[in-house]
Design a protein around this ligand. Sequence first.
Ligand SMILES: Nc1nc2c(ncn2[C@@H]2O[C@H](COP(=O)(O)OP(=O)(O)O)[C@@H](O)[C@H]2O)c(=O)[nH]1
Ligand SMILES: [Mg+2]
Length: 240
Amino acid sequence: MGIEQKEIRTLSILIPAYNEENTIQTILGKIRDTALPKGVGKEIIVVDDHSIDSTGAKIKEFRDSNPDVCLKYTRHEVNSGKGSAVRTAISLSTGDIIIIQDADLEYDPADYNLLLPYLLSGEYKVVYGSRFLYKENRHSYLRFYWRGQLVSWVAGVLYSQKLTDEPTCYKMFDAALLKSIPLVCTGFEFCPEVTAKVSKLGYKIKEVPIHYYPRSIEDGKKIKWYDGVEAIWTLLRYRF
Ligand SMILES: Nc1nc2c(ncn2[C@@H]2O[C@H](COP(=O)(O)OP(=O)(O)O)[C@@H](O)[C@H]2O)c(=O)[nH]1
Ligand SMILES: [Mg+2]
């Protein structure tokens, strides 16, 4: 007897957005236009983390001109960080599977289809898209590249996982598992916290190669060097 699968499944796409007026409508359009496997629906949840540009207005404009798209939108009363926005989005999501999608254009929603099969088959409950496994990818800043390598190596050693890209945005989870994990992160430490906690629960993380189109700091990249230090500190803290 095979694994019992529900007929219709929903992928919840969680978007933390902070001052992303230049890209938010494009990424929403790309998500809308991405075809998923038969029987898998989409739910988009955008959390505007109190942007001070027109991000909020752009989201509402998109929603109004795309009534067929299932899009939930909420705005934080104060700017509280990527991790807080992701946690708000998790609490609003209703799908069976969850993926984190940044509001910039560094990742390609078409790649959801590269990760999904591993969750749909029931083989894995946690799948990461690795930018480093796809050799043709460019990496804009050497320091981001090496920081990513270091954080991945530390995560792999501390938690006995085979990881080439721990800080990747594309992290896909079984929704019930992710919702069962108490998260406390507020900023970019969402990634190491969730990696640490799923590993401690004994789940093996599957990695698949994905495309990557890095943006520059001038284009709005917000992650800083100390986020790398905090990532390693977070990995150590939850391990010991
Ligand atoms: N909610 C929220 N999101 C943020 C904040 N800072 C950055 N982000 C979002 O986090 C995502 C990743 O930011 P980015 O600078 O591209 O970092 P990277 O892709 O992880 O290197 C983007 O969607 C940003 O809008 C923040 O203070 N609050
Ligand atoms: Mg980004």
